[in-house]
Design a protein around this ligand. Structure first.
Ligand code: CA
Ligand code: CA
Length: 149
């Protein structure tokens, strides 16, 4: 009895991993601020949001100077009318969180972004989520990004 249960959970774990590799992100991927998808400066990540899910991203300034950044999300297609929102916070080198809040909403079809100067060792962490109940699913992909500003 116990053995069978173990086997079932092993199969479930494998199928979760399989879907994570074959598809875009989704519930189970980058769901919390402690396991964001790390992005490098000038890089981006395209995915879509599962219904009522969100995806966290981060960028850490590993240099010894301040880095001026722009970060955020945009819908891959303006005509999709998709609207994604962003909530952001900072983490200082000691691990303390500093809330930034929800970034200004630019409306359907447009991206939302934040800018700032990131001190050495600081991490910016932001969550991408649907503005409304219709801004989810694979027909409305988004791209999250961070780059030098
Ligand atoms: Ca997620
Ligand atoms: Ca928005």
């Amino acid at each position: 009895m116990k053995k069978k249960k173990l086997l079932i959970s092993a199969v479930a774990a494998v199928s979760v991993l399989g879907s994570a590799q074959s598809a875009f992100a989704i519930s189970g991927i980058a769901d919390t601020l402690t396991n964001p998808i790390p992005l490098g400066l000038g890089s981006n990540y395209s995915s879509y949001v599962d219904y009522m899910d969100g995806d966290w991203f981060s960028y850490t300034n590993t240099t010894s100077s301040n880095v001026s950044i722009i970060y955020g999300v945009y819908p891959n297609s303006y005509s999709s009318g998709a609207n994604f929102d962003v909530t952001a916070l900072l983490q200082d080198p000691s691990g303390n969180y500093i809330p930034i809040g929800t970034l200004s909403d630019n409306g359907a079809g447009y991206g939302d972004y934040g800018t700032g100067s990131l001190a050495p060792g600081f991490k910016i962490i932001w969550r991408v989520f649907g503005h409304s109940g219709s801004d989810y699913g694979s027909s409305k992909p988004y791209t999250a990004y961070v780059s030098r500003n």
